[in-house]
Write a protein that binds this ligand. Structure first.
Ligand code: TTP
Ligand code: MG
Ligand code: MG
Length: 434
């Protein structure tokens, strides 16, 4: 490439190549012309939907289109998200609702409809998966995509494929997305946030270090308020300041986090896109330090394992119909027992109680060295644990579990211990029959 060569580019509206340096597209007149010297070389993308819940509600109720819209007001009384009109007035996610309404009194508040958002999120994800199997979902509205090696398949560069995708989502789903394109996960994610909404931002190899130098340390994944304050105490506010420190020095000061600071501040991120494999079952097992034979010693272990399996099912948005109990005896014989449920589950409590029933029959004095619990016959979570089919008691348990999950999300896994796992590793408690 000669020094003065025009950077590669195309129009994000009509996808025509941009062959001149004109600001507007020569084909359709759109100002949304994208140009970047590395446009043809980059293939790692992060895609995130714009004001996701609010966008879905605006799509479904055109009257809301030009109004400030806040989604929230559920149990916790906080803002889930706000549309960009409401954001101009200062409304932010996680803000208490009363504050949000003080900032933007004309906002229309809509209660969240999670099922709908999960459905739309999945639709967008399916469209990503049609581009490449290398899709790593990060949350309900975002994912990493690695489009390396797809040029032949698509007959277009990853950048053009992504622009086409953004357009397709607008036309077929009726919401908008923002795309970040780079050479690594860290900068792809940073890029997707840079030009929201309806954005397409590119961060190339050549500009990475100088771009990062201008940014605050909080841009680095894992640097929250507390750690940023520690860094500020040491005189480190910008990533540029981090770039002046050696790896050894950063590690000496901040341990493994120092290693991350060193690499990410220089735009070095080797993490690959890990597609979510289509698991056939989700299970968790543990080998004991000393063999166990007593029911009451095995119960707390089963509870902890059930919770782990449930958490993984919930994270992956899946559920399963068959519960599998696995035991390995002191002389290494494996016993597995299955039970099929009437409808799929992802609740720790149902997994646990079904496993408990099977475990009871196997505690006949045999010494075990391993216990495992799993869920197979996987389906998506939509059909799981229907409240009208689950009896009153377990429905209450399901609700309680939802509450526990949201507390854990907020305060971390250790914040909520159930009766069964609490004190595990000491005596092991007998189950409460409720
Ligand atoms: P985000 O992608 O973080 O936010 P967003 O899509 O609303 O807006 P942006 O254009 O900045 O990406 O989160 C996706 C959805 O997750 C969001 O629409 C609502 C939900 N959410 C909450 O319920 N609470 C929160 O604190 C956040 C950040 C998001
Ligand atoms: Mg979003
Ligand atoms: Mg998101």
């Amino acid at each position: 490439m000669t020094v003065n060569a025009l950077p590669r580019g195309f129009c994000r509206d009509c996808l025509a190549p941009a062959e001149t340096d004109a600001k507007r597209c020569r084909a359709c007149g759109s100002p949304r012309v994208l140009r970047h010297p590395e446009l043809d070389a980059l293939s790692l993308a992060h895609i995130d939907c714009d004001a996701f819940y609010a966008a879905v509600e605006k799509r479904d109720n055109p009257e809301l289109r030009d109004k400030p819209v806040i989604i929230g007001g559920g149990k916790r009384g906080v803002v889930s998200t706000a549309c960009y009109i409401a954001r101009i007035n200062g409304v932010r996610s996680a803000m208490p609702m009363f504050k949000a309404l003080e900032a933007c009194p004309t906002a229309v508040v809509v209660k969240p409809d999670m099922e709908k958002y999960v459905r739309v999120g999945r639709q967008v994800r399916d469209m990503m998966q049609a581009l490449t199997p290398m899709v790593e979902p990060i949350s309900i509205d975002e994912a990493f995509l690695d489009l390396a090696g797809t040029r032949k398949l698509h007959g277009a560069s990853p950048a053009l494929v992504l622009a086409r995708f953004a357009r397709q989502v607008e036309q077929e789903v009726g919401i908008t997305v923002s795309v970040g394109l780079s050479y690594c996960k860290f900068l792809a994610k940073v890029a997707s946030d840079r030009d929201k909404p309806r954005g397409f931002s590119v961060i190339g190899q050549a500009e990475a270090v100088s771009f990062l130098a201008q940014q605050p340390v909080t841009l680095i994944w894992g640097v929250g308020k507390a750690f940023a304050a520690t860094l500020a105490g040491d005189g480190l506010r910008s990533i540029g300041q981090l770039q002046t420190l050696e790896r050894g020095e950063l590690m000496r000061r901040y341990g493994t986090m120092g290693d991350r600071l060193y690499h990410l501040s220089r735009g070095l991120d080797e993490r690959s896109v890990k597609p979510r494999s289509e698991a056939k079952s989700v299970s968790s097992e543990t080998t004991f330090d000393t063999d166990l034979s007593r029911f009451e010693d095995l119960v707390p272990v089963l509870r902890a394992l059930s919770e782990r399996v449930s958490a993984r099912l919930k994270k992956a948005d899946i559920a399963g119909r068959t519960i599998v109990l696995k035991l390995k005896t002191a002389d290494f014989r494996i016993r597995t027992r299955n039970r099929q449920l009437g409808d799929p589950t992802r609740l720790a409590d149902r997994i646990f109680h079904t496993g408990l029933d099977m475990l009871r029959r196997e505690t006949d004095g045999t010494r075990y060295r391993l216990l495992g619990i799993g869920v197979s016959d996987l389906t998506d979570a939509g059909k799981a644990d229907p409240p009208d089919l689950v009896d009153q008691l377990s429905h209450k348990r399901a609700l309680a579990e939802g509450a526990i999950d949201s507390l854990r999300e907020k305060f971390g896994r250790q914040a909520v211990e159930t009766g069964y796992t609490f004190g595990r590793g000491r005596a092991g408690r007998p189950p409460r029959e409720d």
